[in-house]
Design a protein around this ligand. Structure first.
Ligand code: V47
Length: 372
C-alpha cells in the first residue's frame, strides 16, 4: 500500500476505535471473538472494508473467481418446516414437485447448449425417495455432462441419505463419490447456535451435528463450502459464534473451500414480518467474515441474494468470488428475490473487470477452466 493511503487508513481506524484490530491485521495475527463483535458493532464500513480488502488482496491478489453453473433443486418436498424457508412444500401442497430421473435428464438437456463446469444440487428432504435415487441422480447428471463438477447435497441431505442407505456411512459416501459427487455446498448450517436452532430450524440437525458431519466428510476426502444465513433473529454475537465454530473446524480439517454469507429473504416465510437485509449489512458480513477467516481461502458473494450490484462492490470489501451464472434459481426467488435468474458469462466478466479485478473461471473445486 502506498504510504498516503496507509496513513489515511490508520486515521480512519484510529477514529473508529479499530486500531488494535488494524494492528493485528497488519501483523497477520488471528482476530478474536471480541474483535468480531467489535467489527459487527462498528458502523464504519469504509474502515472495515479497507481492512478486509487488504486481507483479500494478500490471499487472492487481484483475482475474482466465478463459475458457469446450473442449479438443480430436484424436489421442494420437505419434512423439516424451517421457519425461514419459502421453498418447502408438503407432498400434497399446491406447487409441490419431485423430479424423477427422466425429468432430471430433461432439465439437464434443456441447457445442454450452455457451457458450464459446475452443477449445484440442493433440495428438500422428501422421505418418499428411495436411497438409490441419490446415486442415480448423480450418475444421470454425470452421464449427460461428464465435463462438470457436481457440488451437491447439504449436510442435512447427507444425514438423510446416509440414514436411508442402511449401509455403513463410509460405504455410502464412497458410493456417492463413485457416482459423481465432487464437492458439497455449504447450506444447512444457518446459524450454528442452539438458541437459533431451536427457534427456527428445530426439525433438522443442529450446530453440533452439522459440524460433526462436515468434519466426517472432510476426513473422507470431500471438500465443502460453509454458509451463514444472516438477517433474521440472530444476534451479532451469534454471527461471530458461528464464524468462530467454522474457523475451529477448518483448523482441524482444512476442508472448507469457501465461506458464503447468505442474506435472509423474508417473503412467503414464517418470518415475513422481518425486513430484508440492506446493502450495508451485506457488505459488512462479507468484510467481517474475510477478516475472521484467516484459514478459509475464498469468500463468496452470492449475487442472487445480494444483487449483482452489491456483489460487484463486495469485490472491494473482502470477497474474491462472485459464484455463478446459475441459469435458474428457486430457493431465494420463492422467498421474494427480485434479482434475475441468471447472468451471462459476458455480464459476469464485465462486473468483475469494471471492479478492477481479473476474472478467473473455475469449477466447483476452484480448478481453472479454459473457456470454450
Ligand atoms: O441452507 C433458505 C438458505 C440454503 C432462505 O455452497 C435462504 O456454493 C435466504 O446451500 N432466504 C441453501 N436464504 C442454499 C445453499 C447455497 C447457496 C449458494 C451457494 C452455495 C454454495 C450454497 O439457502 C439453506 C438456507 O440457508 N435459505 N431459505 C431464504 N428465505
Amino acid at each position: 500500500m502506498i504510504r498516503g493511503m496507509q496513513a489515511q487508513l490508520e486515521d480512519l481506524v484510529f477514529q473508529n476505535g479499530l486500531s488494535s484490530i488494524y494492528e493485528k491485521v497488519m501483523e497477520g495475527e488471528r482476530l478474536s471473538y471480541e474483535d468480531g463483535v467489535t467489527l459487527y458493532k462498528s458502523n464504519n464500513l469504509a474502515a472495515i472494508g479497507a481492512l478486509a480488502n487488504m486481507v483479500r488482496e494478500r490471499k487472492n491478489g487481484n483475482t475474482a473467481y466465478y463459475v458457469r453453473n446450473m442449479h438443480i433443486n430436484y424436489t421442494n418436498v420437505c419434512n423439516k418446516f424451517c421457519t425461514f424457508c419459502a421453498f418447502q412444500r408438503t407432498p400434497i401442497q399446491e406447487g409441490a414437485y419431485t423430479w424423477d430421473l427422466k425429468q432430471i435428464e430433461e432439465k439437464v438437456k434443456e441447457f445442454m447448449h450452455v457451457p458450464i463446469s459446475e452443477i449445484h444440487m440442493v433440495a428438500g428432504i422428501n422421505t418418499k425417495l428411495p436411497y438409490e435415487y441419490y446415486p442415480d441422480l448423480l450418475r444421470t447428471v454425470k452421464r449427460l455432462r461428464p465435463e462438470v463438477t457436481i457440488k451437491a447435497f447439504t449436510m442435512i441431505e447427507i444425514y438423510h441419505i446416509a440414514k436411508i442407505s442402511k449401509k455403513p456411512f463410509d460405504e455410502t459416501i464412497a458410493e456417492l463419490k463413485e457416482a459423481g459427487l465432487d464437492a458439497l455446498p455449504g447450506g444447512g448450517a444457518e446459524i450454528l447456535t442452539d438458541r437459533v436452532h431451536k427457534e427456527i430450524f428445530p426439525n433438522k440437525q443442529g450446530p453440533d451435528e452439522w459440524l460433526a458431519m462436515a468434519k466426517r466428510l472432510h476426513e473422507l476426502g470431500l471438500r465443502s463450502n460453509a454458509t451463514m444465513l444472516y438477517g433474521h433473529i440472530e444476534t451479532l454475537e451469534e454471527r461471530v459464534e458461528h464464524l468462530i465454530k467454522l474457523r475451529e473446524l477448518q483448523d482441524e480439517t482444512g476442508g472448507f473451500l469457501a465461506f458464503i454469507p447468505l442474506a435472509f429473504h423474508p417473503e412467503n416465510t414464517g418470518l415475513a414480518h422481518l425486513p430484508s437485509t440492506t446493502g450495508f449489512d451485506d457488505l459488512k458480513n462479507i468484510a467481517v467474515s474475510r477478516l475472521l477467516f484467516d484459514n478459509i481461502d475464498h469468500i463468496k458473494s452470492f449475487w442472487i441474494m445480494i444483487t449483482p450490484r452489491v456483489a460487484q462492490l463486495s469485490l472491494s470489501f473482502g470477497a474474491d468470488d462472485m459464484d455463478g451464472t446459475i441459469l435458474e434459481e428457486k430457493i431465494t426467488h420463492d422467498a421474494g428475490a427480485r434479482t434475475p435468474q441468471s447472468l451471462t458469462q459476458k455480464e459476469m466478466v464485465r462486473l468483475i473487470k469494471e471492479a478492477g479485478r481479473d476474472p478467473f473461471e473455475r469449477n466447483a473445486l476452484y480448478q481453472p477452466v479454459t473457456s470454450a
